[in-house]
Write a new protein. Structure first.
Length: 452
């Protein structure tokens, strides 16, 4: 990718929209970028709030881990082509250990017989050190529990990434940065925008917002048969944003793939997770989409224009995670005549044996589960339905794992000590994390990059 003051459109493709996304998605995106020619980058957005916290725990258990577990699977098929065709790779797949991720990329390059790529890591988001956690303590103003503290990370922006690209990085590995900043950064490096080119920054930020959830803008999570039909959803193509020098963009998708990009998919994703369309707060700019225009300009091609930008805020968002105890959940199925009555009886057995000491949540999957926790209504129902395929789910949380272990033993005991015909028992226990968000002064948590 060429850096500096350019007037050539920059194409940015999305290779992943979350940790656990399809590992075959980047291939068609990269092939399309190569066929298109010109300046290009591919971004990987693979980091959610709890994903990062769990990565921090993994790194504490093993200092070599803590980065995205699917990193090798998503990069192996495309790394050679990206390096050969100057397609910059930017990803937050560094999670809690960006340097560990960079080391893995170097190992992968050696395995593939490639020339060593120029890899940069962006740091400054991790506030877990003793000195940095004081910043979080001040921001939480009394809500900081040192004994239960696990980690804290600030949402960094695009400029340190852009500086690394300008300095020659072919791959930039980050930890916690704001999702749209992954796309904005290559645009800053390519077009040479300054830190106060507000409209351009805002426009490319919203391009990043459209890309950040992967296939959501190209038909995934949009399909509703008979109402919003999506062709070939099984082969949904991941999106590409063609960003212009003024920050406007055209959203399309990988060639010869399923899914669709139209005004509806773009509008849905444009407003996704935005609290105020006139003030979408990011580390780089405050974006205003209240007067934005969305127009279909061809098959699977939608132009976004009219985004405006305002000066960034003096603070960055930070998330602090604390030990939240344990979550346990177990399930057992009942089928056939009287299945719902037997499932309800099993629920009452659990309530009697465990519920007095440990608040339980019950779900009757197939009767009542998705629409919310209505345990009292389930326990006190005066009428029993005739469902013939019911799975009882019992869940509880507690700081002491022993209470959870007991609950799971009781659920398992329903196999022979509960109503007739129960089967398919599964139980699981995992550590819980509690989250507290705050705002920290950006000057106290500067980002930087380094080649590794």
């Amino acid at each position: 990718m060429r850096q500096g003051k350019n007037t050539e459109t920059l194409a940015v493709g999305c290779g992943a929209g979350f940790s656990g996304d399809r590992v075959d998605a980047p291939g068609p995106v990269v092939r399309t970028l190569i066929e298109r020619g010109g300046a290009a980058a591919i971004i990987f957005e693979m980091l959610a709030e709890r994903t990062l916290a769990l990565a921090q725990l993994a790194r504490k258990a093993n200092p070599e881990l803590g980065y995205e577990v699917l990193l090798e699977l998503v990069l192996r098929p495309i790394l050679a082509d990206c390096l050969k065709h100057n397609i910059t790779i930017v990803g937050n797949f560094g999670a809690a250990n960006p340097r560990g991720a960079a080391a893995m990329i170097h190992r992968l390059a050696r395995e593939l017989g490639l020339r060593m790529p120029r890899v940069a890591v962006v740091e400054g988001d991790d506030l877990s050190s003793v000195s940095c956690r004081l910043i979080v303590r001040d921001a939480l103003d009394g809500g900081f529990d040192e004994h239960r503290f696990v980690c804290a990370n600030a949402y960094q922006g695009a400029f340190a990434i852009a500086e690394a690209i300008t300095a020659g990085a072919q791959i930039v590995v980050t930890g916690r940065v704001a999702d749209p900043s992954l796309t904005l950064a290559p645009a800053i490096a390519h077009f040479g925008w300054s830190e106060n080119d507000w409209d351009q920054l805002a426009g490319a930020t919203m391009a990043g917002h459209l890309l950040e959830c992967g296939a959501q803008v190209s038909g995934g999570y949009f399909a509703d048969p008979g109402y919003k039909d999506v062709p070939n959803l099984d082969d949904v193509g991941f999106p590409i944003a063609e960003i212009a020098p003024d920050g406007s963009c055209i959203v399309t998708k990988a060639s010869n793939t399923g899914g669709l990009v139209d005004a509806r998919t773009v509008k849905e994703q444009l407003l996704y997770e935005i609290h105020d369309p006139a003030e979408y707060l990011t580390p780089d700019v405050v974006a205003d989409v209240s007067d934005a225009e969305v127009a279909e300009v061809g098959p699977d091609r939608v132009r976004l224009t009219g985004v405006r930008g305002h000066p960034r805020t003096p603070t960055l968002k930070a998330n602090a995670f604390f030990d939240g105890g344990w979550l346990g959940e177990g399930e057992i199925s009942y089928a056939g005549e009287g299945a719902e009555a037997r499932a309800r009886l099993a629920m009452k057995v659990m309530q009697s044996r465990v519920g007095r000491d440990l608040p339980l949540r019950f779900d009757l999957i197939g009767v009542m589960s998705v629409l919310g926790d209505d345990t009292d209504r389930l326990l006190n129902a005066t009428r029993v339905g005739a469902a013939t395929d019911v799975r009882l789910r019992v869940a509880a949380k507690h700081e002491d794992a022993a209470h959870i272990d007991r609950m799971l033993r009781e659920l398992t005991a329903l196999w022979t000590g509960g109503p007739a015909g129960g089967g398919g028992v599964r139980v699981a226990k995992r550590q819980r994390l509690s989250l507290k968000s705050c705002l920290v002064p950006r000057e106290r948590v500067p980002a930087s990059y380094a080649f590794v």
